[in-house]
Ligand binder design. Structure first.
Ligand code: HEC
Ligand code: HEC
Length: 430
């Protein structure tokens, strides 16, 4: 068999491989690369990601909604913000609180992505400029769209900041929540002041930014460090699919190969899920289920991109979800409306039928009376469906299973790193 001690790849099924390699060669699967990160910034970023000190009421950290135990998500269809208690699917809503309107994205492999959030409201790059809801208030020096993203959860009253008049869990006044909603600069400054007042953070910032005087530490430096942590510790681009692309025919099962042929062929998935992260980072209306309190003027519906642009043509359009590690990061869609990957995949064959036969029993009981598919259809959800999906193209049960098998092959075997044992504030770590 092997000669000269060379690694011999499994030969696979020659016809299937010949066919698939031909398809993949034309699929524009660019290699995704991310820059190396400074270890001192990574260490600071990890502390910040897990520290409830960033929550106005000191009761919620980024990691509460993006936790390693739930593959950088929260395992919920829709998240529960400040005032809540517990972690994961069992997390409890605070008194008088609602679910956050959209599913918490996973945070894997986003270092090279230039469009953040389900509606792309943070986008761009450091060289050409970043566009965010902060406009001119955004401080200079943010290193990436991922870093700019980290400026925003802390400003959201429902997610992390809290309501004016709230008291933090330690009995102190919530000074972050006292700031007016539109004064983002003051919100970030109040957070930076909290961090500067902590000797352990001062030490970590000094190590990460040796050129900064303590008084110069701003929240943008925290955001850059959080991005450094996310890039260094959560980039996961070594899946069976990558090994197959690198030449190992044995890296995928036959079912996964047939699933890939469907994905890049008849099932039309790659019309939108293109490139190394399996997203075109464009916006499409795929008619996904509408669940939850809704957002902005469209509530209880979520109009997606249209809420940001105001354009009728953008109604119900959302960013194409990147699919790296997707088999692990359910529930799926902007609404978390599907709690099985089969359900999410089947949806794309025939969105209208999927909505009509939508099973609300799959949801957390607390969300079952917040399904708005019928209202959304009445409001035009299926009228500006993406042209690729306008014609039904149903997949058989066996084909759905094969596509799911292919999606499983996009998972990197390495999970996220464990949480730190403690954080500088001394607050409990989830
Ligand atoms: C209450 C839960 C919650 C908390 C706390 C939270 N997030 Fe999120 N996160 C979300 C939700 C929900 C979204 C999607 C929102 C949207 O698209 O409108 C999101 C989106 C993101 C994204 C975008 C990923 C992508 O694919 O575009 C990143 C990155 C992220 N969060 C990181 C963070 C960081 C860093 C913090 C702390 C500074 C944080 N999150 C705090 C719920 C949360
Ligand atoms: C017309 C563009 C388009 C096509 C075609 C398409 N998708 Fe998507 N996909 C999207 C968009 C946009 C979203 C996010 C939609 C939302 O949540 O409202 C998405 C979401 C998903 C999700 C959920 C990801 C997550 O993290 O929640 C999965 C899984 C998925 N697509 C798989 C597929 C598969 C498999 C196919 C082919 C059968 C397919 N898609 C075809 C655009 C498309």
């Amino acid at each position: 068999m092997a000669c000269g001690g060379n690694v011999v790849f499994d030969l696979g099924t020659p016809d299937l491989d010949a066919q698939l390699r031909l398809v993949l060669a034309g699929a524009g699967l660019d290699q995704v690369t991310v820059p190396a990160q400074d270890p001192a910034r990574v260490a600071l970023g990890q502390a910040l990601m897990f520290d409830r000190l960033l929550g106005g009421n000191k009761d919620i950290a980024c990691a509460t909604c993006h936790h390693p135990r739930f593959q950088t998500g929260d395992g919920l269809s829709l998240p529960i913000g400040t005032g809540g208690a517990g972690l994961g699917p069992g997390r409890l809503l605070g008194v008088g609180k609602s679910f956050i309107p959209r599913n918490a994205n996973p945070v894997f492999s986003l270092g090279a992505a230039e469009v953040m959030f389900w509606d792309g409201r943070v986008r761009g790059n450091a060289a050409q400029g970043l566009e965010t809801p902060a406009g001119a208030q955004l401080p200079p020096g943010l290193t990436s769209a991922l870093a700019a993203q980290a400026m925003f959860p802390v400003t959201s009253r429902d997610e992390m900041r809290g309501q004016a008049g709230d008291r933090a869990v330690d009995g102190s006044t919530n000074e972050i929540a006292a700031v007016a909603d539109d004064d983002l600069v003051a919100i970030w400054e109040a957070l930076a002041a909290r961090l500067r007042a902590n000797p352990e953070y001062l030490r970590l910032f000094q190590a990460a930014y040796p050129d900064l005087q303590p008084a110069q530490i701003g929240f943008q430096h925290a955001a850059n460090a959080i991005a450094a942590f996310e890039i260094d510790q959560l980039t996961r681009l070594d899946s069976p699919f990558d090994r197959y692309l690198a030449g190992d025919n044995g890296a995928l099962s036959d079912a996964q190969k047939r699933g890939a042929l469907l994905f890049y062929g008849r099932a039309r998935c790659a019309e939108c899920h293109r490139g190394g992260l399996l997203s075109d980072f464009e916006f499409h209306n795929v008619g996904a289920p509408q669940v939850g309190p809704g957002r902005g003027a469209g509530a209880p519906l979520d109009l997606g991109l249209a809420e940001r642009t105001g354009a009728a043509a953008d109604r119900f359009r959302f960013r194409t979800a990147p699919l790296r590690n997707v088999a692990r990061t359910g529930p799926w869609m902007h609404s978390g409306g599907y709690t099985t990957l089969e359900g999410a995949v089947r949806h794309f064959g025939e969105p209208a039928l999927a909505l009509e036969s939508y099973d609300r029993e799959q949801l957390d009981p607390r969300l079952r009376d917040q399904v708005h598919n019928a209202e959304a259809v009445a409001a035009g959800l299926l009228d500006n469906l993406d042209p690729v999906l306008a014609r039904p193209n149903p997949l058989s049960d066996a084909e759905v299973q094969e596509v799911v098998a292919f999606l499983v092959a996009l998972s990197d075997p390495r999970g996220p790193p464990e949480p730190p044992a403690t954080v500088p504030s001394g607050l409990p770590v989830d």
